[in-house]
Design a protein around this ligand. Structure first.
Ligand code: C2E
Ligand code: CA
Ligand code: CA
Ligand code: CA
Length: 279
């Protein structure tokens, strides 16, 4: 065992067995949830401008299993490993576009983007672009509404495939952001060659920006890099006013985090949108 040594070990270390069994159990239950279309829901976390106006939302998947919410950080990796991510990803895209259609009346005269998280394996499917475009068309969504959040790792993995998919989608008005920006290792030259619209500053930098001067420098560097590349920049994980104030002083344009709102079910998000309009 050379190349596959680590994988093989993973299955035979005794302490791992419980967790493997748990993962298989989770996979089975998640498959059941998808088949019954039960317990899965997309929540919306609003994104704000400097003037505190809602300018978008990120869709975050929630799974309620036997009365308990399983965190996506736990079940998404299981879905990725098992291949269930294809079915789950299709469900997310379809539900996202359905939500987009239901929001249309609330979005008149408003700049707004609806961001979908895309996992690497999901993006690598041959017909990924076609699937997304078909869902957008079926729901008659306007150009520019749908944004896809990709990670740095995904972007640098198979550049030709990445670029051709991005270009096909972009032609129909799909926008792209890089999620968790700063945690990977993409170069400036490389970023410049991709059809991107936005960088999302990872929350690990945002969190400690007031106490960790290294993180503060990183955030400033990312914002100025975005400016150079003519990309929008949004900070996620904004939890306090002082952090928001720092970000504004660093020229960040968009904000998302518990300071503003937790992720909300569609109906609550709509109420928020309409209050926002009435202000
Ligand atoms: P992410 O894409 O980086 O999403 C941001 C996470 O931070 C979300 O966790 C969100 O609820 C949380 N968050 C938002 N504001 C704050 C804040 O102010 N402070 C803190 N501490 N956290 C905040 P969530 O919903 O548990 O999702 C975790 C991860 O699961 C996501 O990280 C994403 O990688 C993945 N995920 C969620 N939904 C989907 C999906 O539909 N598809 C895929 N492929 N992945 C998803
Ligand atoms: Ca995200
Ligand atoms: Ca993120
Ligand atoms: Ca830190």
């Amino acid at each position: 065992a050379k190349d596959d040594g680590r994988n093989t070990l993973r299955f035979f270390v005794p302490e791992m067995q419980a967790s493997l069994a748990q993962r298989m159990d989770m996979e089975r239950q998640l498959r059941g949830a998808l088949e019954a279309n039960e317990g899965l829901e997309l929540y919306l976390q609003p994104q704000y401008t400097e003037q505190n106006v809602i300018c978008g939302a990120e869709l975050l998947l929630r799974w309620e299993n036997n009365g308990k919410f399983v965190p996506p950080d736990v079940f998404i990796p299981v879905a990725e490993d098992s291949g269930l991510i294809y079915q789950l990803g299709d469900w997310v895209i379809e539900s996202a576009c359905h939500i987009g259609a239901r929001l249309q009346d609330d979005l008149v005269d408003r700049e707004f983007s609806l961001a979908i998280n895309v996992s690497p394996r999901q993006f690598r499917q041959k017909n990924f672009s076609e699937k997304v475009l078909e869902a957008i068309e079926n729901h008659h969504l306007p150009r520019g509404l749908i944004e896809l959040e990709l990670t740095e790792g995904l972007l640098i993995e198979d550049v030709d495939d990445t670029v051709s998919k991005m270009l096909a989608l972009r032609e129909s008005g799909v926008r792209f952001s890089i999620d968790d920006f700063g945690t990977g290792y993409s170069s400036l030259r490389y970023l410049k060659s991709l059809p991107l619209d936005k960088l999302k500053v990872d929350q690990s930098f945002v969190r400690d920006v007031l106490t960790d001067s290294g993180d503060a420098s990183i955030v400033r560097a990312i914002v100025s890099m975005a400016r150079t590349l003519e990309l929008e920049v949004i900070a996620e994980g904004v939890e306090t006013e002082p952090v928001r104030d720092f970000l504004i002083s660093a020229d960040c344009m968009r904000f998302q985090g518990y300071l503003y709102s937790r992720p909300l079910p569609l109906n609550e998000f709509r109420k928020l949108l309409n209050n926002d309009r009435d202000r």
